[in-house]
Write a protein that binds this ligand. Structure first.
Ligand code: AHR
Length: 503
């Protein structure tokens, strides 16, 4: 049987915020060092940034770039990362058991963002693990105040006369997690986040602030954490954060391909929790969601490796360097569909991370940079998933999964560009073996042409791009999509990510 849905211009979810296509640069492994920054590399520019990586970052189309962590931020001293590079201290990074040289810091990050594409903007996290209100407002003064104060003049003395103008700030990271340096209870964190937000807003009321939600939906404190934190911060923050990583467990690929079922329920549960607190506070304000860490991450492999690793504090070690398959890319595509389907409330999202560390872009020190399989769905969604998300109610054949029960084989969304009237359908076929016929009825959209059908699928679902074979996997042209009399008929290949552009 076929899967089907109807698109109608009158039924929309909401407008896509460009920040939905954000990413994340953490001082972790080789994300920064030999990832984006490698002064000795033949392709390095005057700032020590790898231009080959910058080109790929621009092609990927990232917007908000979160920095400097992650778990790393919770013991971070921002002052270590500014001023003359040779005078910056080396520090222990307890989160990743590495040595941080601070050769890349705030100024270098701002220079990187300026070159990362027209829509790139910094999303800065403050340390609420080992530090608090004073250090956060000092960092804000250093970064954003124009001049005439000790810290703004220090920035100018360090070579950056212009303020950085950072709008979007995270109040700590994953403070609900016992692994977090300076982990807190919800009440302790909520109070600290509220006081930090209040002080930062005294300096600049226009900042956009993100309070930490849960590190994942299965945390024992999930939902109670959000409720308590928001009781303390509701009027002071704009967003609450969500983090989620998915991997295949014990060869259960059907459940893995249904990961977006968890992501969508997580989003809906956080929305319900935010609105419940809003109702109790009799507030008209609606808290937005910042899904500021999401991806496929083979975390169980990392946990096994790190338990066995010696405590020798390496610099920029190879950590979390997952190599992604076609299956992983289809899951990433489905997670992007989940975010787009909730674009009314998810207004910031960051693919974690950007380079080398669970990343769409890989590099070799002194060598090339290449695209992982997961690069493609992200780049296509960022490029074509702009505008108004149309309401998609899928009727689809289902199959049974061990983790999520009965799951539709089709996962889909559609985005209409209000300027051109063109519509892009993003669709995943979760069936490992069978093609899935899809019929889309287009009501009053005035579309008559299939501009493009792009497919990411492969005879080998474990195929991947590697240093030795960097172009093994790429999207290709799909066959047989027909649009006539307002009906689109297309067959989705087994285990595939599809982008169908209609005009
Ligand atoms: O992205 C890797 C890590 O995952 C981040 O540092 C942390 O916030 C999360 O647990």
């Amino acid at each position: 049987p076929a899967a089907r849905f109807t698109l109608d211009r009158a039924f929309t979810v909401g407008r896509v915020d460009p920040r939905l296509f954000g990413s994340f640069v953490e001082h972790l492994g080789r994300c920064v060092y030999t990832g984006i920054h490698e002064p000795d590399h033949p392709a390095a520019d005057e700032d020590g940034l790898r231009t080959d990586v910058l080109e790929l970052v621009r092609e990927l189309g990232v917007t908000a770039i979160r920095y400097p962590g992650g778990n790393f931020v919770s013991a971070y001293r921002w002052e270590d990362s500014v001023g003359p590079v040779d005078e910056r201290p080396r520090r222990l990074d307890p989160a990743w058991r590495s040595t941080e040289t601070n050769r890349f810091g705030l100024s270098e990050f701002i220079a990187f963002v300026a070159k990362a594409g027209p829509q790139a903007e910094p999303m800065m996290a403050v340390n609420l693990g080992t530090r608090g209100v004073a250090e956060a407002v000092e960092l804000l003064e250093y970064a954003n105040h124009p001049s005439g104060t000790a810290l703004s003049d220090l920035r100018a003395a360090h070579g950056d006369a212009e303020p950085y103008g950072i709008r979007l700030w995270c109040l700590g990271n994953e403070m609900d997690g016992p692994w977090q340096t300076g982990h807190k209870t919800a009440r302790e964190y909520g109070r600290l986040a509220a006081e930090t937000a209040r002080a930062m807003r005294q300096i600049d009321p226009g900042l956009q602030l993100v309070a930490c939600g849960s590190s994942h939906q299965s945390m024992p404190t999930f939902a109670a954490w959000e409720a308590t934190v928001l009781e303390e911060t509701y009027d002071l923050v704009d967003h609450v954060s969500l983090h989620a990583y998915y991997e295949e467990h014990d060869g259960d690929r059907d459940s893995f391909l249904a990961s977006a079922v968890d992501m969508e329920s997580f989003i809906e549960n956080v929305v319900a929790t935010c609105d419940h607190v809003g109702a109790r506070l009799k507030s008209k304000k609606r808290i937005q969601l910042s899904f500021d860490e999401w991806n496929v991450w083979y975390m169980s492999r990392f946990q096994a490796e790190s338990a066995a690793a010696p405590l020798d504090w390496p610099e920029a070690p190879r950590l979390l360097e997952d190599s992604y398959s076609v299956t992983d890319a289809v899951v990433v595509g489905s997670l992007l569909i989940a975010l787009l389907r909730h674009a009314d409330r998810v207004t910031v999202a960051c693919l974690a991370q950007l380079v080398n560390v669970i990343a769409p872009i890989m590099t070799e020190p002194g060598g090339p940079a290449w695209r992982q399989t997961t690069f493609f769905p992200f780049a296509q969604a960022s490029r074509h998933g702009r505008g108004e998300v149309l309401d998609v109610r899928v009727e689809s054949p289902v199959h049974e999964t061990a983790r999520y029960g009965e799951v539709p084989l089709l996962h889909a969304t559609a985005v209409r560009d209000p300027e051109t009237g063109g519509v892009t359908v993003f669709a995943v076929n979760r069936d490992l073996r069978r093609p899935l016929p899809l019929r889309v009825t287009l009501n009053g959209l005035g579309l008559d042409t299939v501009v493009e059908h792009s497919v990411l699928a492969d005879e080998d679902p474990d195929a991947r791009n590697t240093l030795a074979d960097p172009d093994r996997v790429a999207p290709r042209k799909g066959e047989g999509a027909v649009l006539a009399a307002g009906i689109l008929d297309v067959t989705l290949e087994p285990l595939s990510w599809n982008v169908i552009r209609l005009a």
